[in-house]
Structure formats: structure tokens, C-alpha cells
Design a protein around this ligand. Structure first.
Ligand SMILES: Nc1ncnc2c1ncn2[C@@H]1O[C@H](COP(=O)(O)OP(=O)(O)OP(=O)(O)O)[C@@H](O)[C@H]1O
Ligand SMILES: [Mg+2]
Length: 357
């Protein structure tokens, strides 16, 4: 076996340049990572292939100049189609017989999967902490609320029939009940959910959700579009909890499309490099994807990291619990959720769920 075969089989991108920064070697992983074939890359200057300020070019130039290794744990690489990929870079000098630097080699590793999984773990941790706080708080609040409600009911009974204060006691009871409902939702988020899972037809479930949303959608001039994969196998899930998930996502989509538009529900077998297969304890299982796509306001980049945080909301009457709850429920299903959004264009929320098999 020659060394080129070995390098071709490496999952890391290996790029070698001569002392004028012309590419002399570009392995298969480099082709995949950069979106350029080795035939088009080899022989050309790195400065033509990448933006002049690219950190790869900078590190290799320094290595050629100084004869020292350079490295960066996290930087980005810009692909020809405009995507930035997080990568780690290490460079090393290659000396010729006279002991001068004749070339340099760089090894690049795509760390986007690691970053995505890390974000997923962090989200889970924030939720767990918020959940513990919520349980403590809820218990402290529920008792006094119960006492207030009881006292108001007694008060209402003492009032003469037709008294104008009757209205006030009504408002008091209503508002106490509202606070109680908020606490219930919080507890929902915090307590370990007991899933009652079984094989489910995802399309029937989505139709249930669409039916719930149909009237609101019509009133806003939103058309619901279905892109269902007819060969989708049944998934393993808890029907009521998943209705909750998709109901929340559809509501968010409608909230974002006050001026009308299309709300698209898509299902397919997942091909995601990160979430297509999950371990449910008894070996790997394939996942399906459900996407809720809107043509609404989109989410500004600086806000995207926060949307799963409990109580994060940009809405006047929002609680900011919808997405936190969705995340929680999908996590219990051994699934996952991700958001892709472009401000001013719209948002796609992708849910990953295991097939029943
Ligand atoms: N499809 C979407 N388009 C634009 N922004 C969205 C979308 N989905 C979520 N968001 C943003 O994320 C925030 C949090 O969403 P989340 O569903 O958790 O709470 P909420 O909708 O504000 O309140 P609620 O508790 O009633 O769901 C929203 O306030 C909104 O700013
Ligand atoms: Mg919501």
C-alpha cells in the first residue's frame, strides 16, 4: 500500500503546499471539506483557491517562513458556495535534504458535528437547571395561591347578590387560575415525563395538528403545504406529547407569518450526518425528520442561541416556554431538534424521531 492510499482514506483533510504556497497534494477529505477536486486544486496557489486572509493560508505561509508548526483549535473555512465550516488546523514543515523548508503540510478536521452535539448538550443542561428551579418555585407559589383562591371564594359568597364587587372576585379567581396554569406548564417542563410510547403514524399525527391550526391559518392568509414521504415507516413516540410539540411549532410559525405565506410540513428519513442514527439502548435506530417551515420574520442570528431557553420570548403575550418544552419532549424520545433561520426569509425547525421498527 502506498502512502497516497493511506492519506486518501483519512477522515481528516490533508493539504500540502510547496514553498511558494502552490498546492502539491490534496486528499479526498480535503475535496469533500472544501468542495474542490484535487485535479482543480493541485498546481494552483493557495491564494487563488482560498480568500487571501484564510487562516489556512496564513498558517501555512508562516510554517514555510519559519519552519515551525502552527495550530488553531477552532477557526473557519469558507467553501465556494459561501458556507463557513468550523475546523481545527495543524501545520507542519517538510524539510528537504539541505535542511531548508521545501514544503508544508496542513491537517484540517471538520468539527461541526462536535459543535452541534455540544450545543445540544448545553441546551439540555440549561433546561435541567431551570427545571429544578421551577419545581422549587412552583411548590412555594402554589400553596399561597390556593389560600388566596379559597379566601376569594368565601368573600364572593359573603357578598350580597348583585353586588358590584362580584366582578372583582371573578377577576381574582380567573387570574389566580391563570397563574396556576403557568405553573403547571413549568412543572411540565421540569418533571420527568412518563412517555407512553407506541408505534405512531406521523402523518395522521400531523393532520391532527393541522386541523387544530386550520382556522387560525385561514384567518391569517397562511396556506398549509404538506410534503409527506409516503413510504415513511411508523415512529416510536407518545402521541399526546408529540401533538404538543408540533402544535407549539406550528403556532410559532403562524405567529411569525402575520402577513400570510406558506407553512410547509415535510417528512423524510433522515440523512443528517449528526442525527440520522440514534442509540436507544438496544442498538442503533434510524431516525425520521419532520420539518416545520415558515416564510415568516426569521430569527436574528444573535437571538438563535437563546430560543430554547425557558422564558425567552420576543412576544408580548408569550411565555417563552414553547420551544423549551419541545426540546424537552424530543429529548425524552431520544430525538433532537434544530433550527435553521434566515432573518427576513423564514425559519425551519427540524425534529428528529426514532422509527418504531
Ligand atoms: N418560527 C419562528 N419564527 C420566528 N421566530 C421564532 C419562531 N419560533 C420561535 N421564534 C422565536 O423564539 C422565541 C421563543 O419561542 P417559544 O415558542 O419558546 O416561546 P413563545 O412562542 O415566545 O411563547 P410560548 O410559550 O407561548 O410558546 C419566540 O418568542 C420568537 O422570538
Ligand atoms: Mg411558542
Amino acid at each position: 500500500m502506498n502512502f497516497e492510499t493511506v492519506l486518501a482514506g483519512l477522515p481528516d483533510a490533508v493539504i500540502a503546499v510547496d514553498d511558494a504556497l502552490r498546492v502539491v497534494f490534496w486528499n479526498a477529505a480535503a475535496e469533500a471539506l472544501t468542495g474542490r477536486s484535487s485535479r482543480r486544486a493541485e498546481g494552483r496557489s493557495l491564494k487563488e483557491l482560498l480568500p487571501p486572509d484564510a487562516s489556512l493560508t496564513r498558517h501555512l505561509a508562516e510554517t514555510v517562513r519559519t519552519g515551525e508548526s502552527r495550530g488553531e483549535g477552532e477557526t473557519t473555512l469558507l467553501t465556494p458556495d459561501g458556507h463557513t465550516i468550523p475546523v481545527s488546523i495543524v501545520t507542519a514543515p517538510l524539510f528537504d535534504h539541505g535542511g531548508t523548508v521545501g514544503a508544508a503540510v496542513a491537517v484540517l478536521r471538520d468539527i461541526s458535528r462536535i459543535r452541534e452535539l455540544e450545543a445540544e448538550v448545553r441546551r439540555g443542561e440549561t433546561l435541567a437547571a431551570a427545571g429544578r428551579m421551577a419545581v422549587g418555585l412552583a411548590h412555594e407559589i402554589r400553596n399561597p395561591l390556593g389560600a388566596i383562591r379559597g379566601a376569594v371564594q368565601l368573600l364572593a359568597r359573603e357578598l350580597a347578590p348583585g353586588s358590584r364587587f362580584g366582578e372583582y372576585t371573578q377577576v381574582l379567581i380567573q387570574e389566580v387560575d391563570r397563574v396556576n396554569r403557568i405553573i403547571e406548564q413549568l412543572l411540565d417542563l421540569a418533571r420527568p415525563v412518563q412517555l407512553r410510547t407506541g408505534p405512531l403514524n406521523l402523518h395522521q399525527l400531523l393532520e391532527r395538528v393541522s386541523l387544530l391550526a386550520a382556522e387560525g391559518a385561514l384567518a391569517q392568509g397562511v396556506t398549509i403545504v404538506r410534503r409527506y414521504d409516503p413510504s415513511l415507516p411508523p415512529i416510536l413516540g407518545d402521541e399526546d406529547r408529540l401533538v404538543q410539540v408540533f402544535h407549539n411549532l406550528v403556532r410559532n410559525a403562524l405567529d411569525a407569518m402575520k402577513g400570510g405565506g406558506r407553512l410547509t410540513l415535510t417528512t423524510r428519513i433522515s440523512l443528517s450526518p449528526v442525527f440520522a442514527k440514534m442509540d436507544l439502548g438496544a442498538g442503533q435506530r434510524s431516525m425520521v425528520e419532520v420539518q416545520v417551515t415558515d416564510e415568516g420574520t426569521g430569527i436574528p442570528a444573535r437571538v438563535q442561541a437563546k430560543v430554547f431557553d425557558p422564558f425567552f420570548t420576543t412576544k408580548e403575550r408569550g411565555l417563552g416556554l414553547g420551544l423549551a418544552l419541545c426540546h424537552r419532549i424530543l429529548e425524552e424520545h431520544k430525538g433532537a431538534v434544530r433550527i435553521d433561520s434566515v432573518e427576513g426569509r423564514g425559519t425551519t425547525v427540524t425534529c428528529f424521531l426514532p422509527i418504531a421498527r
